[in-house]
Design a protein around this ligand. Structure first.
Ligand SMILES: *Cc1c(COP(=O)(O)O)cnc(C)c1O
Length: 374
């Protein structure tokens, strides 16, 4: 039996990924680019995103299984494990798949020292320059470097840190990236090796004017997928980025409301006037945020409309006032690219729902059929 699916699908835009990668590169022209594809390429699917991102110099991710998938796609270039090994036996996989890996704590050096390998490993030594998540403190960093450089299992040590505030506008000496950058510079000044500091926000905002911050490798993630890391201060249009994911559906019903009629669970929305609403085949079980309030933007036949009523598991409702011609079957763009070239950045939906584009794209549900387009 062949069943017709619900009229919902996600589209991954290959050319947009390639375009966004070029944009990231343009902001850090002499640096190499790690395309960050953790979390299954931020929900896009590594295999689906690969065609668009294969112009990168390397792929950075977290999971050994993700690394395996990138190798299975035929990628022979660098792959970096951003959190390194989680246990000693992961090093065998690193040797077998030729993975570079982050070293952020002492035990990872112990494991390397005990590891038997034909080919020595390339590691990225991570400094905790102030974010206090992963990495050696500045005080411990040089001795970690010395220990690693004495191991026959290690052939190259790159230097890495990660910024907590690269997306903010403050530019005084103690905020934004300034303090962490100063710590990293002072600690690594006499150490050889390539450097990597910049996530998307730092790549777009700080790499162009500062070669030392740019370093040898930048590590953009979110920008590649068409979300502005510093929204709402700046939008994807401001950064010249394009949506890499569209979530689209259709109207499966319409309702004519009289003043005082309410919509959906909890009667969250009450019509103040006679109006027509549409019912969209997309709900929180598809990854649409249940926290989206009345007024969250949505495109119907490419026209900007507002969501009304509470998001339910399989449906959301939308005020059709701006698009009187809408009918059952009309195309609804939850985010991404609409008909006629209309764009609804995922950032606008995320912002309305009090979250970030990252969370929405990563939460795209498995049940949504996903296709790859040019
Ligand atoms: C996720 C991640 C990145 C990419 O961050 P974006 O904000 O998505 O650009 C870069 N570096 C590290 C260490 C990361 O974990």
């Amino acid at each position: 039996m062949v069943f017709m699916p619900r009229p919902i699908e996600a589209v991954i835009h290959t050319e947009a990924l390639a375009h966004n990668l070029r944009q990231a590169r343009a902001h850090a022209p002499d640096a190499k680019v790690w395309a960050v594809v953790k979390a299954d390429a931020y929900g896009h699917g590594i295999a689906r995103a690969f065609a668009g991102l294969q112009g990168a110099d390397g792929f950075a991710l977290l999971d050994l299984s993700e690394a395996h998938r990138v190798r299975a796609l035929g990628w022979r270039g660098p792959i970096l494990l951003l959190e390194g090994c989680f246990e000693a036996r992961d090093l065998e996989t690193c040797s077998r798949l030729n993975l570079w890996h982050t070293v952020h704590r002492e035990a990872q050096i112990d494991w390397l020292a005990a590891h038997k390998t034909q080919a020595p490993h390339h590691v990225f030594l991570k400094m905790n320059s102030g974010m206090n998540r992963l990495g050696f403190t500045p005080a411990a960093y040089r001795s970690a470097w010395l220990r690693l450089s004495g191991l026959t299992q290690v052939e190259g040590i790159s230097l890495m840190t990660h910024f907590s505030d690269a997306d903010t506008d403050r530019a005084d000496a103690t905020s934004g990236i300034a303090r962490q950058w100063a710590v990293f510079e002072a600690t690594t000044r006499e150490l050889p090796g390539e450097r990597s500091l910049c996530n998307s926000a730092a790549t777009l905002r700080h790499a162009p004017e500062n070669a030392a911050v740019r370093g040898d490798w930048v590590r953009p993630g979110i920008a590649l997928y068409g979300s502005a890391p510093d929204f709402p201060a700046r939008s994807i249009a401001d950064w010249g980025l394009q949506p890499a994911m569209t979530l689209r559906s259709e109207l499966i019903a319409t309702q004519d409301l009289q003043p005082g009629d309410t919509v959906g669970y909890g009667s969250r929305y009450t019509a103040a006037r006679a109006m027509r609403i549409g019912v969209v085949a997309c709900g929180y079980a598809d990854g649409y945020p249940r926290s989206a309030p009345n007024g969250t933007p949505m495109l119907v036949d490419g026209v900007r409309c507002e969501m009304v009523g509470r998001v339910s598991m399989d449906m959301v409702t939308v005020d059709l006032t701006p698009v009187p011609a809408a009918r059952i079957g009309s195309e609804v763009t939850l985010w991404g690219l609409g008909p006629g070239g209309a764009v609804l950045p995922i950032d606008e939906v995320a912002h309305a729902a009090d979250t970030v584009g990252y969370e929405l794209m990563c939460a795209l549900a498995l049940r949504v059929p996903t296709v790859v387009a040019d």
